[in-house]
Write a protein of this length. Structure first.
Length: 202
């Protein structure tokens, strides 16, 4: 068991509580969250790998549907500003991508469209974001209306084109496959989007 204490102000504690609710789906362990409120809110997060990942002794708490993340768009945007993402993840992603000038890129599992906007601002040609969460896509589309970058967004009901992309970017997507069948389906979906010789980065 270990404890990690995070200091935050304002609504940050509530956002972190929501984030940990989301991560309950992902972590292969029990997560307990508590917040002590004051002038400065303190979030205490405790991980205990000895406890089963379930609720009430029932099935493991790892079920997803297309609405699971609808209410967490604002939280996801905030998380992109954390040092881990800005100082480690994004520079690593930039090195993996290399020069993307003029390339067509599909962000598979685009969420709020943060990476789509980053891709356009770094020279990518046509950028398409795909997600199953309409709540996330609503946030991304609203941002596009306010600050147009020429990004298009698609969902399972209005999916992307085949053989149209030089790169498919899939960050934090495969962990959401709950079984082999879903994993293979995701991989095939990404593969059909790529041009011959295209790259999948995940």
């Amino acid at each position: 068991m270990f404890d990690n204490h995070l200091n935050c102000r304002g609504e940050c504690a509530e956002y972190l509580k929501n984030l940990m609710d989301v991560f309950l789906f992902i972590e292969n362990r029990s997560v307990r969250v508590g917040a002590v409120l004051g002038d400065e809110r303190r979030m205490s997060i405790t991980f205990d790998a000895t406890e089963p990942r379930s609720q009430g002794g029932g099935e493991p708490f790892n079920k997803f549907d297309n609405t699971t993340f609808d209410a967490h768009a604002e939280l996801y945007e905030i998380m992109f500003a954390t040092p881990y993402r800005s100082e480690l993840e994004m520079p690593t992603l930039s090195r993996l991508l290399g020069d993307i000038t003029g390339l067509n890129v599909l962000d598979y599992g685009c969420g709020t469209g943060h990476l789509c906007r980053w891709l356009r601002n770094h020279g990518a040609g046509e950028v398409t974001g795909y997600d199953v969460s309409e709540g996330m896509l609503d946030y991304a589309r609203e941002h596009e209306v306010k600050t147009p970058l020429g990004i298009s967004y698609s969902s399972p009901e209005n999916t992307f084109e085949d053989n149209a992309f030089d790169i498919v970017l899939a960050v934090y997507v495969f962990p959401y496959a709950l079984d082999k069948k879903t994993l293979i389906s995701m991989a095939r979906d990404m593969a059909r989007a790529l041009k011959p010789g295209g790259r999948l980065i995940t």
